[in-house]
Design a protein around this ligand. Structure first.
Ligand code: BGC
Length: 254
């Protein structure tokens, strides 16, 4: 099936058409800076522009940087608080005219990696961590997702882990890759002591820079970069939409 995959992030709204059987992208992505403030109306308009740039009227899947239950936004750590309680699936469907499935952005990226990427043959517990404006997580057991895990909000040094070790924290504090890598390693060690995964996959914008900080990671668990890099969120959102449509529903995970 061909589905438009959208990734709403802290810095950009991105989209491209995806072949959801192959997990392959079908065009160059379109990227629009995330509007400020990123209110529901402004973000819906940005998504509409991305869809329009492909002349899209078919199904759409969208990764969104918050807890999303049954199409409804429940949290707003890195987006406008006006999103809380919004029916993002309905809003984007109405704005674009495309039937839209919405799920958490890290869950979307994780699904893509488990189906088509670095976690394809992985069994046991796999934790996917997306590093960007926040720290997103997706937890899988034998390929099955535990949705909305929100492990970027675990406490580390009395603060939310994503305030200590996200890519935004690296930029804000102007940390060297070694210094940031040390922080990120602490975070991953905390995760591994709680979840005992068999594999950790690093996604998000920082996955492209994996070589710059992989030397700082000292863990008992194998850690690999996302195979689909930063496209994973769009591919996974499209794949989730295709799966839910096949299952007779176009609502988000919850
Ligand atoms: C949000 C998560 C999201 C992550 C990455 C966190 O602040 O709470 O829902 O997955 O950022 O965007």
């Amino acid at each position: 099936m061909q589905v438009l995959g959208i990734d709403v992030g802290g810095s950009a709204v991105k989209g491209l058409p995806v072949d959801t059987d192959a997990g392959a992208t079908l065009a160059e992505r379109v990227r629009i800076p995330t509007p400020e403030p990123a209110t529901p109306e402004a973000v819906a308009e940005a998504v509409k522009q991305v869809a329009a740039s492909f002349g899209w009227s078919g199904p759409m899947g969208c990764g969104f940087p918050a807890v999303v239950q049954n199409g409804m936004v429940r949290t707003a750590a890195n987006i406008d608080p006006g999103w809380i309680g919004a029916d993002v699936a309905a809003l984007l469907s109405t704005a674009t005219g495309c039937p839209t499935t919405v799920l958490n952005d890290a869950d979307a990226a994780g699904l893509a990696e488990m189906r088509f990427g670095a976690g394809r043959n992985a069994s046991g517990v796999v934790v996917v961590v997306t590093v960007g404006t926040g720290l997103g997580t997706a937890v899988f057991t034998n390929g099955k997702l535990l949705p909305n895990s929100e492990l970027g909000h675990l406490l580390l040094h009395d603060m939310k882990a994503e305030h200590y070790a996200s890519d935004a924290a690296r930029k804000r504090l102007d940390l060297s890759w070694d210094d940031w890598g040390g922080r990120f390693n602490e975070y991953l060690r905390h995760l591994e002591s709680l979840f005992w995964p068999t594999l950790i996959i690093i996604g998000g914008g920082a996955s492209k820079k994996f070589d710059r900080f992989s030397g700082s990671l000292v863990l008992r668990t194998p850690v690999v970069p996302a195979f689909l890099r930063n496209d994973a969120g769009m591919i996974g959102a499209a794949a989730a939409a295709a799966e839910r449509r096949a299952g007779g529903t176009s609502r988000g995970e919850g």
